[in-house]
Design a protein around this ligand. Structure first.
Ligand code: CA
Length: 204
């Protein structure tokens, strides 16, 4: 990962990973107002660099997601943790609010991903479920984490609000209130469930 200043000169640049495979392909990056950087991706390393981890050890399977926060100068980890289960857990996107809470989306395929105050407590079936987790600014607390819609079902519903509501009505109502779109047909990005878009990020 490399940070450039506005003139295009590198400020810091660093490797980040363990002895296995790290991937941010399909993963995400976010920056908060203080300049801390948040990364999500997935790893196969059992020696991935962790710091103040929620989950200190690899959960098993082909991948675990990782969630990492770097200090603004890039010299220190504020937190870095595995986030996964015995199955394949891939990190997708990350968004940050003004307090430094991190919102992470993942794709998972097993029922033992840790949930806290979930909207959907169990795996919904199909090839994969999407999954949403919110971490506190110091990364020490999982504020909530929940399964969402089965990936295949959600992909089929992307142009029909009716289908979306049938499959995910609770989450639909909750986040639409939050984003003040109570009666609008949502744009496609919402159907693809990108919370960074709902929070005003790059995909909105
Ligand atoms: Ca795993």
């Amino acid at each position: 990962m490399t940070k450039f200043n506005p003139e295009g000169t590198p400020v810091y640049s660093t490797y980040f990973g363990g002895s296995g495979i790290e991937s941010t392909d399909g993963g995400g990056i976010a920056v908060d107002v203080a300049g801390s950087v948040y990364l999500v991706g997935h790893t196969s390393s059992t020696d991935f660099p962790t710091h103040n981890p929620l989950q200190p050890a690899y959960g098993g399977g082909q991948w675990d997601a990782f969630i990492t926060k770097l200090a603004p100068d890039g010299r220190a980890l504020i937190y870095s943790t595995y986030f996964g289960s015995s199955g394949t857990d891939r990190g997708n996107r990350i968004a940050v609010d003004s307090l430094g809470n991190a919102y992470v989306t993942l794709n998972v395929d097993s029922n033992d991903v840790p949930t806290v105050s979930p909207v959907q407590p169990a795996y919904g079936g199909g090839t994969e479920d999407s999954f949403l987790a919110k971490l506190s600014p110091d990364g020490r607390t999982l504020i909530y984490s929940t399964f969402h819609l089965p990936w295949r079902q959600r992909a089929r519903s992307d142009s029909r609000r009716r289908g979306y509501r049938r499959l995910g009505q609770r989450l639909h109502r909750r986040f639409y209130r939050f984003n003040r779109f109570p009666n609008r047909k949502p744009p496609a990005a919402h159907f693809r469930w990108r919370p960074e878009g709902w929070l005003g990020g790059e995909n909105f």
